[in-house]
Design a protein around this ligand. Structure first.
Ligand SMILES: Nc1ncnc2c1ncn2[C@@H]1O[C@H](COP(=O)(O)OP(=O)(O)OP(=O)(O)O)[C@@H](O)[C@H]1O
Ligand SMILES: [Mg+2]
Length: 212
């Protein structure tokens, strides 16, 4: 079973004038097929935590272990690619269509094209954005972009899915649809799903809640 362990994690930012410390020794485990919600007020360190786990950034102290390999500590980080990230500000490439944005992730790991297309089609249909696949991101609403970014993050069946406010721009009905899809994929793949969210309904569905 997939397992992520966060041990005694600290992050201190220095912006040239003052220090900001977050996480303050955070320790927890997250398991495959389980939804872990990360909650806390704005500025409490949710995005910081996801950035550290994804190895985009390094902790000041502490370590992150994925399936017995230390992927990130203050001294070194192993290359780690088996994750999908739904960023708070989605970061779709504006010069590519939505479909191209999603499929490029599959091309990078040489996923058979038809498999990727089938998965994309299926998820886009479930999330109600199939008719937007040939549009460019700037032609989509915030919530439509968010759903597209979600599909991009899961197209390669990653073992670890990091989601930063994935329902932040969605109405209740679409948020529910996305939650259902997340839970069904999570069980299908034994993936660890970690979601930073202010959405209380979503956090209530989690198997565990990490409060920062
Ligand atoms: N690169 C940086 N340099 C300096 N301070 C930073 C940097 N990135 C984040 N911070 C500070 O660290 C704290 C945690 O930021 P973070 O983005 O992790 O919060 P968050 O919990 O995701 O908030 P939100 O709910 O608003 O998204 C904030 O006080 C922020 O100002
Ligand atoms: Mg954030």
């Amino acid at each position: 079973m997939n397992k992520l362990s966060v041990k005694n994690l600290y992050k201190t930012y220095f912006d040239g004038e003052s220090n900001t410390s977050v996480l303050n020794g955070l320790t927890f485990d997250a398991l495959g097929s389980k939804l872990t919600a990360v909650v806390g007020e704005s500025g409490s360190g949710k995005t910081t935590l996801l950035n550290l786990i994804s190895t985009i950034d390094k902790p000041t102290k502490g370590e992150i272990i994925f399936n017995n390999t230390c992927i990130n500590n203050s001294h070194h980080s192993e290359p780690f690619h088996d994750y999908g990230f739904v960023f708070q500000f989605h970061y779709l490439v504006n010069t590519l269509t939505v479909a191209e944005n999603i499929l490029i992730a599959a091309e990078i790991i040489n996923q058979p094209k038809q498999d990727a297309l089938d998965r994309m089609h299926n998820f886009a249909e479930q999330l109600g954005i199939l008719h937007k696949m040939n549009n460019y991101p700037f032609q989509l609403s915030g919530g439509e972009r968010q759903r597209a970014a979600f599909i991009r993050a899961i197209i390669n069946k990653p073992s670890l899915v990091l989601m930063d406010e994935p329902t932040g721009n969605l109405d209740q009905e679409n948020s529910k649809k996305l939650q259902e899809l997340i839970i069904s994929i999570m069980h299908e793949q034994d993936s660890i799903f970690l979601v930073a969210t202010h959405d209380k309904d979503f956090a209530d569905r989690a198997d565990q809640i990490i409060a920062l």
